[in-house]
Design a binder for this molecule. Structure first.
Ligand code: IMP
Length: 431
């Protein structure tokens, strides 16, 4: 069972791309299985910074097959852009990219719906989506009547499918937008544009479910790359302030077609503090100079949208919950260097809700909104740690902080990142 998965345990942006990039060399396949171009994965190789949205982070490692599996919602224009960008920058053209013919395709109407609907959760607070059409595409997938999959684009029925969906979407969008603001979509133009994309992607499109099942049965080493974070999981996250896919570990089997029994290692990625983009409750948020300090030092601005991220202290209640949910057996603590210079650090160890203290992560967003964090204070460290290459080289207080995270989440810290470069990663053998 040589399968590994990498799952973000917070609200996304935990720097998963860096760990995936590192583990890629030990694997034959790297698989994206949920989400779409709402993700933003940064991989730094030498002086080159690659920002990937849809291509698996393993794409920069030669010899590895990269798979965009059936659970991903694919914006074909974006895939082509990323492929061209890699080729232009001398990273080579990744011949070994495979995209599922079952994956659902993002069309212009999904962007238009995303823009129109984001402002309207039932309690009035915006979700603050990335505007990449993700939710509307997943809604059509489940609804079935107006969905188009990648494999459909190679069939003679594609034109009539587009015409059918555009006619329906034009009626809906006309109602969703204020009078006169919506310009009807043109089916012929969309058909032409997407036929072009389909031709470009043809060499990459196949039945990835079959490909991955065969690979797993042959004992090939599979690496599953989660996008977003477990707290954004549509079923188990901070609903409705979530994304539209299963971004915790529970999404791997449904999104890739590979059963969990082929995975024997699950690495939970944890940023050394917390961040969140968009709306929704965030109990440990620091909307104050501490939050600004984290934002400045961590360059906490969205990879995809450049929105400033909300910043706060580490939340061990949430982490314990998401690590159990995802079946994590090891933690990688990222961006530890950002915390240098803080006098003290706070870690949330429980919530107080209506006078009761609990370590259970609430299932309803209203309860999470009322949760007051119970903090434990730990001493900080002054030293910059970006040059540390071993666990022993870290300041004693940084080691104590990591140890406490391991104790609270009840999983060992196996890796620590102290900067964006590949070399700025510490493998912890003993704490
Ligand atoms: P959507 O995925 O664009 O529908 O956005 C839903 C929510 O998930 C919003 O709060 C987004 O900010 C958040 N989100 C989506 N993708 C990411 C990501 O890759 N990192 C962090 N937050 C994300």
């Amino acid at each position: 069972m040589p399968g590994t998965c990498v799952i973000g345990l917070q609200w996304g942006d935990e720097a998963k791309g860096k760990i995936v990039d590192r583990l890629t060399r030990e694997h034959d396949f790297v698989v994206r299985y949920q989400g779409g171009a709402n993700a933003g994965h940064t991989v730094v190789v030498g002086d080159q910074v690659y920002k990937l949205s849809l291509l698996p982070s393993g794409i920069l490692t030669p010899g590895v097959t990269c798979v965009i599996a059936s659970g991903v919602v694919v914006n074909p224009a974006r895939v082509i852009e990323e492929l061209d960008d890699l080729a232009k920058r001398g990273a080579g053209y990744p011949e070994n990219l495979r995209i599922s013919d079952r994956a659902h395709v993002i069309f212009p109407w999904h962007f238009a719906e995303d823009r129109a609907l984001d402002k309207s959760t039932s309690d009035g607070e915006n979700i603050g989506t990335t505007g990449r059409g993700i939710g509307p595409c997943y809604r059509d997938k489940v609804g079935r009547a107006h969905a188009i999959r990648l494999g459909d684009m190679y069939r003679s029925t594609f034109r009539s499918q587009v015409e059918h969906v555009v006619a329906a979407k034009n009626r809906v969008l006309e109602v969703l937008y204020p009078p006169g603001e919506f310009k009807p979509l043109d089916a012929s133009q969309i058909f032409r544009e997407y036929t072009g994309y389909a031709e470009r992607l043809r060499p990459h499109v196949c039945d990835t479910t079959e490909l991955l099942l065969t690979a797993a049965e042959e004992g090939k080493r599979l690496l599953f790359e989660g996008a977003q974070g477990a707290l954004l999981d549509v079923d188990h996250g901070t609903y409705p302030f979530v994304t539209s896919s299963n971004s915790s570990g529970v999404g791997i089997a449904s999104g890739s077609g590979v059963p969990g029994r082929h995975i024997n290692r699950c690495i939970g990625i944890v940023k050394a503090y917390s961040t969140r983009v968009g709306g929704g409750p965030f109990p440990t948020e620091q909307d104050n100079p501490t939050g600004q300090y984290l934002r400045d030092r961590g360059n906490e601005y969205g990879t995809v949208t450049r929105r400033p991220r909300r910043c706060g202290w580490l939340d061990a209640v949430a982490l314990r919950y998401t690590s159990r949910l995802s079946g994590v057996d090891m933690l990688a603590v990222m961006l530890l260097d950002v915390l240098s210079g803080l006098e003290t650090l706070q870690v949330c160890t429980a919530y107080e809700i209506d006078g009761k203290t609990s370590v259970r992560f609430p299932s309803h967003v209203d309860d999470l909104r009322r949760a007051k964090p119970v903090y434990e204070t730990l001493p900080g460290w002054k030293e910059e740690i970006t040059g540390c290459r071993t666990y022993e080289a870290l300041p004693a207080n940084a080691r104590a902080y990591l140890r406490r995270i391991g104790e609270l989440v009840k999983q060992p810290v196996g890796m620590v990142s102290v900067g964006p470069e590949r070399e700025q990663t510490i493998v912890v053998s003993k704490m």
